[in-house]
Design a protein around this ligand. Structure first.
Ligand SMILES: [Zn+2]
Ligand SMILES: [Zn+2]
Length: 357
């Protein structure tokens, strides 16, 4: 493996200043224009400094340097084409940075080894429609979902029951395959998931007949969804790992979007429920009791004499369950005036009028 630290003759923990000094010292010796010049050597130290002299690239090199196979080492001249000695002098003198972005190239070269790509199944998203009451009190819903699931017969390993697994011949059980690529920086190793075993490192000796060795079958699964009390229209429930399964990886998630149907007479605002109550004028004047339909059945409420039109009456604890208790049920009172008065009623009202009411 190529060691940039060795190339510059410094310790791995060298400071930025030490790196810069080491490069300048060596560049002064090996630059091709100098008497002591050595083009190959100069390219080597330039390459080392291009990486170690940049914090971000140095960190990448420190982290992934072992994946770098420095068999080549020539071809530094290919860096963005117009990279010159002047650029290096400027950089070494601390004036401006390097113009090219080695980070991208590193990302490309070491991408395979760096992000150990986690094999994950797709998420599934479904919709559930609830009645108003179900949303308020919570419920359990069973849903049927057709999805890729682990094969029941082989439990996902793809082997015929009773037979064993064997080390994958393609990747020797590593689950990953190394590839050597030629790049301008020389030969570079990249790592990718093994196609034969899909990253599992093992293959079945005899294939499971139900899934043809895939470990995955497409089938219908019944899933019990627990819907918590007080859920609101538009909320989302996430069930981890209940989405599509994938061989040798983790299943995706199941997302359930909640739709709540309207109630014919009850409205909701958070933990509070609202309903309208129409009362007669005489009941408003004299006071009485009325029965109000709540989600817990009929509840009698007292109408105090002289109640105002639009007044709100509270029924405690008949609202939406919330944090161990329940919200309230509010009753909005509407006083209905008679549309037409009988001769007798008219006479009585006129008497009231004389009373100053
Ligand atoms: Zn199977
Ligand atoms: Zn393999």
């Amino acid at each position: 493996m190529k060691n940039y630290y060795e190339t510059l003759g410094i310790e791995k923990g060298a400071s930025k200043d030490e790196i810069k000094k080491a490069f300048r010292k060596l560049a002064a010796i090996y630059h091709p224009d100098k008497k002591t010049g050595d083009e190959a050597k100069f390219k080597e130290i330039s390459e080392a400094y291009a990486v170690l002299g940049d914090d971000k690239k140095r960190a990448e090199y420190d982290a992934y340097g072992s994946a770098y196979n420095g068999a080549g080492g020539q071809g530094f001249g290919g860096f963005g084409g117009g990279f010159s000695w002047a650029d290096f002098q400027q950089a070494a003198a601390g004036q401006g940075g390097f113009e090219f972005d080695l980070g991208d190239m590193f990302g490309e070269m070491f991408g395979g080894g760096r992000r150990s790509r986690q094999n994950r199944g797709r998420d599934i998203s479904i919709d559930i429609e609830l009645s108003f009451e179900e949303a308020v009190f919570g419920t359990v819903r069973k849903v049927l979902i057709t999805k890729n699931a682990l094969c029941d017969t082989c439990k996902g390993n793809g082997a015929k029951p009773g037979t064993s697994m064997t080390t994958c011949a393609t990747c020797n059980g590593q689950g990953r395959v190394r590839e050597v690529r030629n790049t301008f920086m020389g030969q570079v190793q990249t790592v990718r998931e093994c196609d034969t075993c899909e990253g599992r490192g093992q293959t079945p000796k005899e294939r499971c007949s139900d899934c043809a060795g895939a470990g995955i079958t497409r089938r219908q699964e019944e899933i019990e969804v627990r819907i918590p009390a007080g859920i609101e229209h538009g909320e989302m429930i996430r069930m981890t790992a209940r989405g599509e399964a994938v061989a040798g990886g983790t299943a995706g998630d199941l997302y359930i979007k909640i739709h709540v149907k309207k109630h014919p007479s009850i409205r909701r605002d958070g933990a509070t429920l609202y309903a309208d109550l129409h009362i007669k004028l005489t009941d408003a004047l004299l006071g009485t009791t009325y029965k109000v339909g709540t989600l817990d059945g009929g509840v009698e409420i007292k109408i105090p004499a002289g109640i105002k039109h639009g007044e709100l009456l509270r029924i405690k604890g008949k609202g939406v369950p919330s944090q161990g208790s329940r919200g309230d049920f509010m009753v909005k009172v509407h006083i209905d005036l008679p549309q037409k008065l009988s001769r007798k009623a008219r006479k009585l009202v006129e008497e009231l009028q004389e009373e100053g009411i």
